[in-house]
Write a protein that binds this ligand. Sequence first.
Ligand SMILES: Nc1ncnc2c1ncn2[C@@H]1O[C@H](COP(=O)(O)OP(=O)(O)OP(=O)(O)O)[C@@H](O)[C@H]1O
Length: 303
Amino acid sequence: MESNSRREEELRLEIHGLHKEYGNNVVALDQACAVFKPGITGLVGSNGAGKSTLIKLLAQLERPSRGAITLGQQNATADPGVIRRTLGLLPQHFGVYEQLTPRQFLRYLAAVKRVENRKIEPEIDDLLARLNLTQVQDSQLKTFSGGMRQRVGIAQALLGTPDIVIFDEPTVGLDPLERVSFRKLLTDLAKSKIVILSSHIVSDIASLADQIMVLNKGHVSVFDTPERLLGAMANRVWSVPIAEQELASFERDFMVCDVDRHSLGLTLRVVADVQPTSAAKAVAPNLEDAYLCFSRADALEVH
Ligand SMILES: Nc1ncnc2c1ncn2[C@@H]1O[C@H](COP(=O)(O)OP(=O)(O)OP(=O)(O)O)[C@@H](O)[C@H]1O
C-alpha cells in the first residue's frame, strides 16, 4: 500500500507554465499546466494545435522557451535524463532500418536504450508476441506494410519497460483488427504507466482515456475526465430538422457538429445553450461534440 502511494507520487509528471515559441513568432504552446498520472491521457486538437510540440517537450527532444517539467520531485527541465531514462516514445514519423528484421531492429534499439543484456531477448520475444509480429520476425522491414511498421514502432517504444509511454498518432496505418489489439495493449499498460496518446480521431480516444486534454492554438482549452466533458455538454446538443436553404444561416449562428441529408430535408446536430427551434429535440451528447466545442471556441466551461 505504502509502496503504491510512493510510486504514485514518483509517477507524477507535471508541466508548469510550459511555453514554446518558435523563431517565426509562432506560439506553439502557451503556458500549459497539467498533471499526468498513471492511466491514459488522450491529447486531441486540430492541425497545428500544439500536440506534437507538447510531446517533443515532454520527450526532451526540444527545450521550452519558458516553464518547467517535473517528474515526482525531480526537475526534468534541469536534468533531461530524469524523463529520458524512463520514457518510451513513438514519434509521429517513425523511420526503420529497412534491411533489418524486427528482431534485429529491436536488438539494436535495446542496446541504444541500454537495456540489460540478459533482459533483451526475453523482452523482444514478449514484445513481438504482444504486437503480433512473431511470425514475421525473420522478414526484412522493407517488406512490411504501414500497419506492420507501426506495430514495430509501438514495440520499440515499450522496450526497457518505461514508466512513461508517449504515442504520437499511434493508430495511423493500423487496420480495424490491429486497432482492437492496440486498445487492449494500452489498457494493460495504463494500469501502471503514464500513457499519453495523441490522435485526430476522438472516437479512438473516447472509450479509452481516463482524461482528455484538448489543445486549441497552443492553449490547453480543457483537461478533464470524459465524464465531466460529457457533463458539460448536457442539454446543449440538439437534433434540428431544417430545410436545405436554412443551412447557411444555421452554420453562421450555431455550432453545427453534423449534417444528415435525407428525403425530407436536413437534420443538423447542433450545440446551443438554448433550444434553437421549436422542432429541435435534445439529444445525448458524445465526446465528438465536446471535442468540437472545446477545440473551436472558448464558448464552454466545465463546471
Ligand atoms: N520547428 C518549427 N518551427 C516553426 N514552427 C513550428 C515548428 N514546429 C511546429 N511549429 C508550429 O507550431 C504550431 C504547433 O505545431 P504542432 O506540430 O505542435 O501541432 P500539432 O497539433 O501536432 O499539429 P498536427 O496535428 O498537424 O501534427 C504550428 O503552428 C506549427 O506550424
